[in-house]
Design a protein around this ligand. Structure first.
Ligand SMILES: [Zn+2]
Length: 129
């Protein structure tokens, strides 16, 4: 935290001809200012992360066991439920015949993930063998 009394002390030092002491106090103010700037940058990053998480929470939804993301008028997905629930990662599933396959965790899902409003089938996770 920056102590604003330092500015008065620095002014008093200059006024009384103690330039060396004023210079030391100025260096202290500089150090505290740099620390404050670093803290502010870190808080900006945390705020952006929280805003992104909030935006995702508002637009991500689960339908029939799969995750979908609404971006404007477009619904994207389906995304792998295992990757999202375990790691918070949105990995788009790839269709292979009648199955959906996750290219990251390699989980396979039986059933059809309807594209934003189609029929309903629940996903079944096939365990690794
Ligand atoms: Zn996955």
């Amino acid at each position: 935290m920056l102590d604003y009394r330092l500015f008065k002390q620095i002014d008093d030092c200059f006024a009384s001809g103690h330039a060396d002491k004023a210079r030391r106090l100025l260096m202290e103010v500089q150090s505290r200012s740099i620390a404050l700037r670093d803290e502010m940058n870190m808080l900006h990053i945390r705020l952006k992360t929280l805003e992104d998480a909030l935006q995702l929470a508002r637009n991500l939804f689960n339908r029939d066991g799969f995750y979908w993301l609404k971006t404007g008028d477009v619904t994207q997905g389906p995304f792998c439920p295992r990757c999202y629930e375990d790691e918070g990662a949105l990995i788009r599933l790839e269709r292979t015949g009648s199955k959906l396959h996750c290219p990251y965790c390699h989980a396979s899902f039986i059933g059809s993930a309807r594209a934003a409003g189609g029929g309903a089938h629940h996903a079944h996770i096939l365990p690794f063998v």
